[in-house]
Design a protein around this ligand. Sequence first.
Ligand code: NDP
Length: 364
Amino acid sequence: MKTPITRKQFLKISSGFAAAATFGFPNLILPRRKEKLGVALVGLGNYSHGQLRPGLRITEHCELRGIVTGSPEKIPEWQGEFGFPDKNIYDYGNMHQIADNNDIDVVYIVLPNHLHAEYSIIGADAGKHVMCEKPMAMDEAECRAMIEAAEKNRVNLSIGYRMQHEPNTQTIIRYGREQTYGRVTGIEAAGAFNGNFPEGDWRTIAAYGGGSLYDMGVYPINAIRYSSGLEPIAVTGVLSTERTEMFPDVDESAIFELELPGGIIGKGECSFARNMNHLDVSCTDGWYRLSPFLSYSGVQGETSDGTQLPPNPNHQQARQMDNDALAIKEGRPPLVPGAEGLRDVRIVQAIMESSRRGGERVEV
Ligand code: NDP
């Protein structure tokens, strides 16, 4: 029979780990959770290039070790900057072979919305943890298939709702939970930008998950849910398009209301036709607001008692990827799991259904 180690022996061993971590002894004696996880970005478009690339240069718990792309001309820039070997470069046809690549622990799906489910599932089936951009997928069935694939393969699935990782957003989530300004009585959230899209852009095509509600509407929907801590019972909504030549088959704008338990109404708005970026929460004993509430930087706010919530200087996407990587290393679920993305996709679809029925109330 083995003799159990004494507390003194345990402290000696663990202080050895601490010393190794401090003085940089070889990997051999470092616990694996100290290592960075290897990420492969899937889809090297605007968001990957403009936001995730700089984020991945400063992350502490993960680093870029590979790419999946359909555009060979993009490879030299990424490989030159991050220095990964040729064997870590994939295309959409051979991405499943990533299963044999021990450099890669996580695939981050940054594709047009209609491809999120397919490539998340390929990643999970390859035994890799999955980070997937918002909106999670096209419909509830796709979201469920993604969640099942992650569960079956025992990997984490996190959705790229960066706001839930943002410090001022986390403060107002806490205000709601702790009722710092009393009970939440109403919420208004609007996320919109004045956009011009070239013909054929996937954001203008319904089959690719285009439209303002999928793209921007999930921000106010998610904000109404995280500010209140409540799940909608029913929704009403109206989708509209003025520039029909640019958006022949998707919504350019949408307004909607989420009916929360206790008669609380969350009012939401999104658009590709104008700029809006605010989250206002009314409570029984005061109010608070974030404006902007969804920008990549500068999210800031104030409250009815004069408390200021100044912008946090840290890189949002780095913080999100580090939080998700740390959850993987520590073997716990991510802050924003697949179930969270599924709830919003279900609400998006209910709002679309309400609009088809002339703005009727649709139960969720
Ligand atoms: P882009 O159109 O700029 O990039 C998408 C990339 O996907 C392309 O560059 C291409 O990469 C790849 N791709 C593969 N198949 C197709 C196809 N059929 N049509 C077009 N592209 C294809 O989109 P974004 O980067 O703006 O958005 C990607 C995802 O990220 C979306 O889900 C979006 O909602 C989300 N997003 C999230 C943001 C956030 O703040 N969380 C902000 C912006 C976007 P390649 O050439 O490498 O194959």
